[in-house]
Design a binder for this molecule. Structure first.
Ligand SMILES: Nc1ncnc2c1ncn2[C@@H]1O[C@H](COP(=O)(O)OP(=O)(O)OP(=O)(O)O)[C@@H](O)[C@H]1O
Ligand SMILES: [Mg+2]
Length: 597
């Protein structure tokens, strides 16, 4: 299996690094005051920590005369300092963690908001499970960064700088010796850091892959089982998961190596300095108290360096996560709303024009799905689209809703090109019953209300009646309030279809698009729905895609599609008389139909 995101990774490796976290700034700016507050709390606690070694020196070197009096004062002051430290730490925790949760909630909402609006071409190449993994796992990484790593990073940076300054004050000579060790510490960080970062991103990519893989298989669990494909699916999932484990293992090894090198170098360096310091104390060049003070500062500084190297790794992981989220946020949709949209005509009369539309699906640029389709549907007309499977009927509906843009030609609604109006606006004029009925994990009632969120219960029921759905919904255990399961798994195919039809009826839009809307219904329900559709299509522009020609016989006009072309256009009778593809299909169906009736 190929390594995911390898190209992207190499391309970015040198340019962005931890700087990728900058992309989080826009999410932080609304909460500036918290950032400032956290900064203040941090500075307070860091300064307080840096005062303690001075007190230690005083205690070691003794207070001279009036010692008892001073000692009391010192301990009183120490309690005060402890209180400030406690408050500062608590405040920092509260502000920073809350900030992290807030920002991550915003990022999740922003990413979802962007993704839900992407046109379908985007999802042809990306598993939805991957997007979900990015919204959950990657944002969790960012949460840990904002919620702790960053403040931990700043605190340790402050402690490092403060500790270093105080070391200088205490003993310049010893400090210079300590500084000589620094390059030896930084080298391995630089050497291994880059590797660590690319491994992090790889790891996250594999995790996303494994979520994508799992969600796809789980959604189709029944099909997987029906084909006894469980073992293969398990193997596939295990393979992806193991790959994620392997890249995690590589990352952990590099981190562990880094930790070993740094801790050893730092501690042996400090021991060396201590050695020299101890000699100085014996030679009376410095007091024991000063050496203690110096050592505590050195300890603080070394501790912060160790912490920083660890946090650096965290930050790199989060940088990878941020990159991945930013990728989603910056994803270009190839269908865009115009900058200055024209208003949708009100009311929409429902005139539809396809003007020499040539269309290739973006994922299949070589073959045209439509080769120059030209037709007009007058307001209120009922037009049927028929033709063999794969002829381009659903494609026409997809283009009409502007899920894709034609490669050339133009599609107009009431004379206005679709590309000049805002999608969410003109789509209000359409009610679609898609080829695969979509039902959400909610109640029957809410599923129908989806068509028009402000509809009353009575209107929902009326729509259900019209779609021949009222009887079966009433018979459900909780009637309209019955939960229908994820994707409507607790309903039959025909029941799902009637819910989808009821939804479209409720929408009450000027243009009705039915894609095989009654294909899963028994003859009786179908006839009932037909009547409802006939009723509804009065005064509305209606496009009906159907394989069963009985359902399109009474249409005002029939467009016959074949291989992405409109090969005939007429009424049932004229088309039968013409004796082309339609006549052939009709002969097949109606003789079969007659035999069955
Ligand atoms: N998302 C897609 N990406 C690439 N090609 C696609 C996509 N969707 C459909 N096609 C191709 O476009 C052609 C037309 O498909 P379309 O769905 O319009 O057929 P249809 O007439 O609705 O068929 P059916 O009666 O089976 O529903 C087919 O050859 C199909 O393989
Ligand atoms: Mg279709």
């Amino acid at each position: 299996m190929a390594q995911p995101g390898k190209d992207a990774q190499q391309e970015r490796a040198s340019s962005k690094r931890v700087g990728a976290l900058r992309a989080l700034f826009p999410f932080l700016t609304p909460y500036r005051q918290y950032v400032v507050l956290a900064g203040i709390a941090l500075t307070i606690t860091a300064s307080v920590s840096l005062l303690l070694p001075i007190a230690a020196r005083r205690v070691v070197d003794g207070f001279g005369d009036g010692a008892v009096h001073l000692l009391d004062r010192y301990f009183m002051a120490a309690i005060g300092i402890a209180a400030i430290f406690a408050l500062g730490t608590g405040l920092r925790y509260y502000v920073v963690t809350r900030l992290g949760e807030r920002v991550v909630a915003d990022i999740r909402a922003a990413v979802f908001g962007r993704m839900i609006g992407m046109s379908p071409a985007y999802y042809e190449k990306l598993l939805t499970g991957e997007v979900i993994s990015r919204i959950t796992t990657d944002t969790t990484l960012i949460l840990s960064v904002i919620g702790s790593s960053v403040s931990w990073f700043l605190r340790n940076t402050l402690m490092f700088l403060g500790g270093l300054a105080m070391m200088f004050v205490t003993s310049g000579k010893l400090t210079l010796m300590v500084l000589a060790i620094v390059p030896i510490v930084i080298l391995p960080i630089l050497a291994l850091g880059r590797r660590l970062r690319s491994l992090s991103r790889e790891n996250q990519d594999w995790i996303a892959r494994s979520s994508g893989n799992a969600s796809e298989a789980l959604q189709a669990a029944q099909t997987v089982q029906a084909f006894s494909h469980e073992a293969a699916s398990r193997e596939q999932f295990t393979e992806v998961t193991e790959a994620s484990y392997r890249s995690a293992k590589a990352r952990i090894s590099v981190r562990a190596l880094l930790t070993i090198v740094i801790i050893f170098v730092v501690f042996s360096g400090i021991l060396g300095v201590l050695w020299i310091g101890a000699r100085d104390v014996r030679a009376d060049v410095m007091t024991a108290g000063e050496l203690v003070q110096f050592l505590i500062y050195a300890g603080i500084m070394a501790g912060s360096v160790a912490a920083l190297s660890e946090i650096w790794g965290e930050l790199q992981r989060a940088a990878g996560a941020t990159e991945r989220l930013v990728e989603l946020l910056a994803a270009e949709d190839n269908v865009k709303d115009p900058e200055h949209p024209r208003p949708v005509p009100t009311p929409v009369t429902g005139e539809i024009v396809f003007d020499d539309v040539i269309f290739h699906y973006p994922s299949r640029p070589a073959d045209a799905a439509l080769h120059g389709a030209t037709f007009t549907v007058s307001p209120g007309e009922q037009v049927a689209l028929v033709g063999p499977s794969g002829a381009g009927k659903s494609t026409v509906l997809q283009l009409l809703l502007r899920f894709y843009d034609p490669s050339s030609g133009e599609i107009r609604l009431d004379g206005v090109p679709l590309s000049e109006m805002e999608r969410s606006e003109f789509r209000q004029a359409f009610a679609l019953v898609p080829q695969d009925s979509v039902v959400f994990a909610d109640t029957a009632r809410e599923n129908i209300r989806f068509g028009r969120p402000d509809a009353t219960d009575a209107e929902v029921e009326a729509a259900a009646r019209a779609a021949a759905a009222h009887d079966f919904i009433s018979a459900l255990p909780d009637g309209y309030d019955s939960y229908v399961g994820e994707r409507g798994v607790m309903l039959s195919g025909g029941q799902r279809q009637r819910i989808a039809i009821a939804r479209a009826i409720l929408r009450d839009a000027p243009v009705l698009l039915l894609d095989e809307a009654t294909s899963a219904l028994d003859s009786e329900s179908e006839q009932a729905v037909q009547r409802a559709v006939a009723e509804m299509s009065r005064g509305r522009t209606t496009l009906i895609v159907a394989h069963r020609l009985a359902t399109v016989k009474q249409a005002d006009r029939i467009l016959v599609f074949e291989g992405g072309r409109i090969v005939a256009d007429g009424t049932h009778d004229t088309l039968v008389a013409e004796g082309g593809l339609y006549a052939r299909l009709a002969r097949l169906q109606f003789t079969d139909g007659l035999a069955a009736e």
